[in-house]
Design a protein around this ligand. Structure first.
Ligand code: FES
Length: 119
């Protein structure tokens, strides 16, 4: 379902606190994270070498990439640790009557990989 740019992804009760879950919204891979009672949506590919952030761990308001350990702030997408240097897009989320929607057209950033990133 898509209403005014927002795409329905799931019911909030299917998300587990601190456990990222991968979705596709209009062809865009998105990781949904419930942390501290709030839902965040971040592009699912690490800006360093494009592995899935849904397989990473969440602490406070950041997700840690499982491959090389960069953490990304779920509010801004900014990297908090090396080796990643570029932010990952984050998307607006709405929760209405328990239904979680995301607008993947409304990121302030386009996905970009670090130049020369190696796995
Ligand atoms: S692939 Fe994510 S930090 Fe390297």
């Amino acid at each position: 379902m898509s209403t005014s740019g927002y795409t329905y992804l799931c019911r909030i009760e299917t998300l587990q606190e601190g456990v990222p879950r991968r979705f596709e919204a209009q062809g865009v891979p998105v990781s949904l994270v419930l942390t501290g009672g709030e839902v965040f949506a971040i592009h699912d590919l690490c800006s360093h070498a494009a592995v899935s952030l849904s397989e990473g761990e969440v602490e406070d308001c950041a997700v840690e990439c499982w491959l090389h350990g960069s953490r990304f702030d779920l509010r801004s997408g900014e990297p908090l640790d090396p080796p990643a240097t570029r932010p990952v897009p984050v998307y607006p989320v709405t929760v209405e009557d328990g239904s979680v929607h995301v607008d993947v057209r409304d990121s302030v950033l386009s996905p970009q990989l670090d130049g020369g990133a190696q796995q």
